[in-house]
Ligand binder design. Structure first.
Ligand code: HEM
Length: 633
């Protein structure tokens, strides 16, 4: 809704042309009516209801026009009654096709592959990285989002997506004109693997090395081998070390579901949720002493995955898009308009709007088998969240209760990654790391904020081992979107039923940014890379991300819940156990989970209402109450 401009559309998919025109009207209409109602001040909740109605219509249109069939899945029917647990490789979730959403299936698409005429090196990715992305000075996100929130989203990405690589390498050399400003004169990386599929949208597609379901694979692994690595095979539990952190193998690699490109903050969340899983096992064993190791594991995995999905939906996302409408919207996704109390008392009896997506009688995929999409991966390229240094705090301090813990040390982020990061984390410990990350704001998603240390990064392979060649991640991300046929910014917006930009000033008011965009792209707004557009776009107040990225979120956040039978048909006490379901229902936020394991620490140091906002921020107990139930201000 930020742009109300008109434009001719060069690259929009022909089917979408008439809809785009209608969306202009819809966006404009809603914008002015909401604004007017707000000004009149008739009823303080009315603008929120109207905002929700707008988002409902938007989501419906995206479900209709932005879910494309990709790849061929020829799975088989199977016995859903017998397989009422999450499998190691994500098979047997879709009710009729056992392969949908399993490891190694294709990425989907929200729009056809790009039709733009520009080449892979046009403009050169290293020029885009150096002139528009590279951090000049660290810009933080204010108090809205902390380092736990930053690690959380990496934790989720590693649950959902990872493009399988080819065995063939590519080398990118920096052009002469910027070679001196580039940390790497050239860098090598593996191509993205593509397989011929001849689906309706493209000839070849990319494969997801992770299971796209919200199944906790980041802690449980993406296949049988990964799952066996993390289990103790006693009382359903996962391996964790005596200090509550992850165990490591003889090479110093953490024992967890996913070990690629990890750093201490990410590994900390893996350990916290392995601990949560084990606590669920203990609880289940007390109430159901007859359950064996396998059954305890299966139930605890379902419960822990649902806790993670719930925290992401009603806690993390509400902090990311900090507006009353989105806070209400995300709670409605989980509980429905009638709220938690109604659902607790009567169950899911009134459909998705009134009772939420979770607990629907049947999963819904809107006619397109579930997968996560290329465009979804692109809008989650948020490495700008990462700072240059991690600020460690002294939690033994006797500072008065209302002060934040004093700073002990600042450690380079580079030193907190990989094996070195794991070694450091083991001396820091879980509580100190949580308090430190809780008190540190993460980076803002804006231009000139891409961490410099990632422009010369030794990435890790799937086994967690260092790669031989360093990469310039900022340049690589620009290349990846082009290589995978993700539309450039304007084409992306048109395909999302949004108004494209006509001139740089439509994107931002910042004159310095406009100058830099002109220097890289000339006057050709169609050339603008998606990443640059997402980072440059003027943000809606309260949103940490762009509006363009948000519409992909709106579609996929619901899809992850409504397409999964373990959040719909099987979200019941028979599958989860009565006590397991109660555990999910009682856990609302990450703060609840941290509090369960470290009550003294949260009492002492966590002042805010969400564990994802900076911890010395004023608490806002209201944010736990659905907006439509809150008293008038
Ligand atoms: C220290 C922390 C991190 C490191 C070292 C790291 C490193 C990497 C590397 C090496 C890649 C693969 C690049 C390629 O070959 O295409 C990657 C991909 C990606 N990262 Fe990160 N990352 C970190 C944190 C994050 C965070 C906080 C986010 C936030 C959302 C994020 C989101 C992504 C996404 C969406 C991809 C693309 C995945 C795909 O291609 O399927 N990463 N990261």
């Amino acid at each position: 809704m930020a742009f109300f401009l008109s434009s001719s559309s060069n690259f929009v998919h022909p089917q979408l042309q008439p809809i785009v025109a209608k969306m202009t009207l819809l966006d404009t209409l809603f914008f002015y009516v909401i604004h007017f109602v707000d000004k009149l001040g008739i009823w303080h909740r009315l603008p929120v209801f109207m905002g929700l109605a707008y988002l409902g219509i938007r989501r419906h249109l995206h479900q209709r026009y932005n879910l494309l069939h990709v790849g061929r899945i020829n799975g088989q029917k199977y016995d859903t009654e017998r397989l009422s647990y999450r499998t190691a490789d994500g098979t047997c979730n879709h009710p009729h096709d056992h392969l949908v959403g399993s490891q190694g299936t294709c990425f989907g698409r929200n729009m056809p592959p790009s039709t733009s005429p520009y080449g892979l090196l046009e403009p050169h990715p290293a020029i885009v990285a150096s002139k528009l992305l590279a951090r000049k000075k660290f810009v933080d996100n204010g108090k809205q989002f902390n380092m736990i929130a930053c690690s959380w989203i990496q934790f989720m990405i590693h649950d959902w997506v990872d493009h399988l690589e080819d065995t063939e390498q590519v080398e990118i050399k920096s052009p002469e004109e910027i070679a001196t400003g580039c940390p790497l004169k050239s860098f090598k990386f593996y191509k993205t693997k593509k397989v011929p599929t001849a689906s309706t949208s493209s000839d070849s597609d990319c494969l997801n090395a992770r299971t796209p379901w919200w199944d906790g694979s980041v802690i449980y692994g993406n296949n049988m081998e990964g799952m066996q690595r993390v289990r103790t095979f006693k009382d359903g539990k996962l391996k964790i070390s005596g200090d509550g952190l992850l165990e490591h193998d003889e090479n110093g690699i953490p024992i967890s579901g996913d070990v690629r490109n990890c750093w201490a903050g990410f590994s900390l969340l893996q350990a916290l949720f392995a601990k949560e899983h084990n606590a669920v096992c203990d609880m289940l064993k007390v109430h159901y002493p007859d359950l064996d190791d396998e059954k305890l594991y299966r139930h605890a995995r379902l419960v822990t995955s649902a806790v993670i999905a719930k925290i992401h939906t009603i806690d993390w996302t509400a902090e990311l898009l900090k507006t009353d409408t989105l806070l209400a919207g995300m709670r409605i996704n989980w509980y429905g308009f009638l709220g938690k109390r109604f659902k607790d008392l009567h169950g899911h009896i009134l459909g998705p709007i009134l009772n939420g997506l979770v607990g629907l009688k049947k999963p819904r995929d809107h006619g397109v088998p579930y997968s996560l999409t290329e465009e979804f991966v692109s809008v989650y390229r948020m490495h700008a969240l990462l700072p240059d240094k991690l600020i460690l705090r002294d939690i033994e301090s006797t500072a008065s209760e209302d002060k934040c813990p004093p700073i002990l040390e600042e450690v380079l982020m580079r030193d907190m990654a990989g094996k070195e990061g794991e070694r450091r984390l083991s001396t820091i410990g879980m509580e100190q790391m949580l308090v430190s990350m809780g008190h540190q704001a993460c980076g803002a998603i804006t231009l000139w904020n891409y961490p410099s240390w990632m422009r010369n990064l030794i990435a890790h392979d799937v086994n967690g081992e260092d790669r031989a060649d360093p990469v310039d991640m900022a340049a690589l991300e620009i290349y990846r979107d082009r290589e995978r046929g993700v539309a450039r910014y304007n084409e992306f917006r048109r395909n999302l039923l949004m108004i494209p930009i006509n001139k740089w000033e439509d994107l931002t008011d910042d004159k310095e940014v406009v100058e830099a965009l002109k220097e890289v792209y000339g006057d050709d707004v169609e050339k603008l890379d998606l990443q640059v557009g997402l980072h440059a776009e003027k943000k809606i107040k309260g949103f940490a991300i762009s509006e363009t990225a948000f519409f992909i979120f709106l579609l996929i956040a619901s899809r992850r819940l409504e397409a999964d039978r373990f959040f719909t048909t099987n979200f019941n006490s028979k599958t989860y156990t009565e006590k397991g379901l109660e555990w999910v229902n009682k856990t609302e936020t990450l703060k609840d989970v941290i509090d369960r394991h470290f009550p003294d620490m949260t009492r002492r140091w966590m002042k805010c209402s969400s564990a994802f906002s900076v911890w010395d921020w004023e608490p806002n107990p209201e944010s736990y109450i659905p907006l439509y139930l809150r008293p008038a201000p």
